[in-house]
Ligand binder design. Structure first.
Ligand SMILES: [Zn+2]
Length: 337
């Protein structure tokens, strides 16, 4: 049903843009400014049609994955004109290797043999707390929710470790990443720890536990730069992909433990060269970090989690984003994970 909604929304957006483009051509004596706007809109309409085809291909691919996805998780749809701020569906890793007492909160929690030991930096209390949710309202959506509609979150009692593969990054890329993460941390209370650099590259299905590379702990979040040649899902106007990886002992009991973000160095370099480039580029990365902590897309251009990265759209959290981030920072501590 969500897919149909997203497809309908997308079709509507295409129809509207095409209409606007046609309308812009209508005046008998268009000014230079009007002609330029019409050309931009026609170009956007053309891009939207390209994106629609890309979207249809992806939708087909996503539906195949849906069959093995949990009922409690909603696959993110991405619809995306212009600089596309896309995401990958959250990867959820269940284990069937559970003991008879493996219910959260039970007295004896059997730890699956294919999980790492509990990390040493897990606290008994949250490491931080989100600021109060803003009074102002705005839309927000979660990538995945539990059966009671509460969002799937990270464990607030442990830091989110991340590594960066700096290969191919534009000048200032590391600072943009750090600034985007600081914004997500401030809005959620979640604490991030930089574990340095890596040569690991993005792949579509990344295991959240990579002991050979990172030792006996959940794999740190991988943030990497790439190009559409190296990473075909970055093709067209997709500027980045991001999302968490979750584990759980049952379908309705999952927690984010890892994740990844891949950034299109070509697209983001181009954004950096434009007016307000640094803010716009940071906004793209911050949007992907928003996915990483659990936010899904909304249609409202006042929210950073909107589907479009047009020059006039938000480059920082909106009220809806902040309300969602408040909930995502208020998850339950999971010392068993
Ligand atoms: Zn996105």
């Amino acid at each position: 049903m969500g897919d149909e909604m997203a497809d309908d929304d997308f079709d509507e957006a295409v129809r509207r843009m095409l209409e606007q483009a046609e309308h812009a051509d209508a005046p008998a004596e268009p000014s230079a400014e009007e002609r330029a706007r019409a050309a931009r809109q026609a170009d956007l309409a053309r891009r939207l049609e390209e994106q629609a085809e890309f979207e249809r291909q992806l939708a087909h691919r996503d539906r195949k994955h849906e069959r093995t996805a949990s009922r409690g998780s909603r696959r993110a749809r991405w619809i995306a004109p212009l600089i596309v701020l896309a995401m990958i569906g959250a990867a959820i890793w269940f284990t069937t290797d559970r003991g008879q007492d493996a219910i959260a909160g039970g007295p004896e929690i059997a730890r699956p043999s294919n999980w790492p030991p509990v990390a040493e930096d897990v606290s008994t209390t949250p490491l931080g707390a989100p600021p109060p949710a803003p009074q102002a309202t705005g839309p927000y959506e979660f990538i995945a929710t539990h059966d009671d509609d509460s969002p799937v979150t990270w464990d607030p009692c442990r830091p989110i470790h991340y590594v960066v593969n700096p290969a191919g990054q534009p000048e200032g890329g590391q600072e943009l990443i750090e600034a985007a993460i600081a914004k997500a941390s401030a809005a959620t209370g979640l604490q991030f720890v930089a574990d340095g650099t890596t040569d690991e590259t993005w792949e579509k299905q990344r295991d959240p536990y990579l002991p050979d590379r990172y030792g006996e702990r959940w794999a740190p979040v991988l943030i990497s730069w790439s190009t559409e040649q190296e990473t075909p899902p970055l093709g067209g106007y997709v500027a980045g992909l991001g999302g968490p990886a979750s584990v759980g002992l049952s379908e309705d009991d999952v927690t984010n433990v890892s994740g990844d973000i891949v950034l299109d160095a070509t697209d983001i370099s181009a954004v950096l060269e434009g007016p307000g480039g640094a803010a716009a580029a940071q906004g793209i990365i911050q949007h992907e970090v928003g996915h990483l902590v659990g936010l899904d897309h909304v249609a409202d251009p006042a929210q950073l989690m909107n589907t479009e990265g047009s020059p006039t759209s938000a480059t920082d959290w909106g009220a809806g984003d902040l309300r969602g981030l408040h909930e995502l920072g208020s998850g339950t501590c999971r010392p068993d994970i």
